[in-house]
Ligand binder design. Structure first.
Ligand SMILES: [Fe+2]
Length: 434
């Protein structure tokens, strides 16, 4: 079946040494996860600041459970689970696997200790390395191993986003890394408009292009009207003008449900913005602690409702994911990623004038829905993405917490419209001016 999104995933690594190369790549990713926790205390790693966020310790264990559950347990001869109870504790949402510890109670797990979770990781890493080296990996399992690697990278981002939320509610304003230079005062380079060519285009991930999550395919044709998208995301300085102009007090700019959120939660600025008094300069909680607001950084920690209201205020709209992908794929994935160690978007004062990747995820106008021909895989792995295709919106481009090797022009992230704790920002689009 030429359009089978899973077709390419049943191929084992090609060539001599390919299995060893994969093992090296996998273990490098696993070490990178652990490096993110350097300098954190066991308490930092154990707390859960809200139901949507998970403790760092849980992420460390859950990514490990993934390999134990889907690779080692069913396929590695003689594999012994580290502790059988972990199957209950660290299953995230896989109904086909069985019952699990309630998500809002992940922060109540004082046991296993952080040390024991690291021992769990070492146990599973050693077993994975031996299994791959044994030559006994059945061909269909390579796709699951590859998925596990990318799953691990997804949770690297979540470790930082969830930690950032945890630190943002601490009166002490702790820092994960205190390495950022002071916030600048210069505005971002001016945005320009980039043309979206009208016509029928093929979008989405083709099986010949290497790894992608199932929700990125199949490649399919879309008719796109002529339009324009901005060359960079909206900056803090631009968004601050919306705040100062009363954007959070003008119901006409908001979707009904978004306006209800503004009222219910008292939103008057993006999440983590704070100031000492009306008219005082804004500061913002970051992974580098409390900082002055840099007007040239992309605005982040916006809900979809805020992104949408800002676009309306600016006389524009959000791009569809087709418009975004069509233009973004013309440009290299240059931007601020997790490897930068910033844990925060970078100011848009120099560097490339056109930016689509890294720094902040960009909300789109597109609902998260299956592409034509999408079919989730059989079994528990099929629960990975497909069952979330309702009541969420697509975000594109990756963020300062995303691993560089993890992002692609076809990558579809998704969150509910009210979610603000990711590094989520906004890019403007507009219909073609005839
Ligand atoms: Fe997961």
């Amino acid at each position: 079946m030429p359009n089978d999104p899973h077709e390419s995933r049943h191929l084992p690594p090609a060539g001599d040494g390919a299995a060893a190369a994969f093992a090296l790549r996998l273990l490098t990713v696993r070490r990178a996860t652990e490096a993110l926790t350097r300098g954190l205390s066991a308490e930092d790693c154990a707390l859960q600041s809200m139901p949507d966020a998970s403790p760092v310790k849980w992420h460390l264990a859950h990514t490990t459970w993934f390999f134990e559950q889907f690779v080692l347990g069913p396929h590695a001869p003689g594999y012994r689970p580290f502790r059988v109870e972990f199957g209950y504790l660290f299953n995230s949402y896989y109904e086909a696997v069985g019952p699990r510890h309630p998500r809002p109670q992940r922060g109540l797990l004082s046991r296993p200790s952080l040390d024991e979770v690291f021992a769990y990781r070492a146990h599973v890493d050693a077993a994975l390395e031996a299994f791959i080296a044994s030559g006994a990996v059945p061909a269909p399992l390579w796709s699951v191993l590859e998925l596990g690697l990318h799953h691990e990278q997804q949770h690297q981002e979540l470790i930082l986003t969830d930690l950032a939320h945890l630190f943002s509610v601490s009166p002490l304003a702790p820092a994960w890394r205190a390495s950022l230079p002071p916030a600048g005062r210069a505005p971002a380079v001016p945005a320009t408009w980039l043309d979206v060519p009208e016509g029928v285009h093929t979008l989405g991930h083709a099986v010949s292009e290497g790894f992608a999550f199932d929700n990125e395919g199949p490649a399919h044709r879309v008719f796109v009207e002529a339009a324009q998208v901005a060359s960079r995301p909206v900056s803090n300085g631009e968004y601050a003008a919306f705040v100062a102009a009363g954007g959070y007090r003008d119901a006409s700019l908001w979707m009904s449900e978004g306006w209800a959120q503004v009222q219910q939660h008292g939103w008057d600025a993006p999440a983590r913005w704070q100031r000492d008094a009306d008219g005082a300069p804004w500061r913002t909680r970051t992974l580098a602690g409390l900082r002055d607001l840099d007007p040239a950084e992309p605005v982040c920690h916006l809900s979809w409702f805020e992104a949408d209201a800002y676009a309306r205020f600016a006389g524009a709209r959000l791009p569809t994911e087709a418009e975004w992908e069509l233009v973004a794929r013309r440009y290299p994935a240059i931007g601020t990623f997790v490897e930068s160690g910033r844990g925060h978007p970078a100011p848009m004062t120099d560097g490339p004038a056109i930016r689509f990747f890294g720094d902040v995820w960009e909300w789109t106008a597109s609902a998260y829905a299956p592409y034509p021909g999408f079919a989730p895989a059989a079994g528990a792995i099929g629960e990975y993405n497909g069952k979330f295709m309702a009541n969420q919106m697509v975000l594109r481009g990756g963020s300062c917490a995303t691993p560089r090797s993890h992002i692609r022009a076809t990558y579809r992230n998704f969150f509910p419209t009210h979610a603000r704790w990711q590094f989520s920002g906004v890019r403007l689009a507009r219909d073609h001016r005839r």
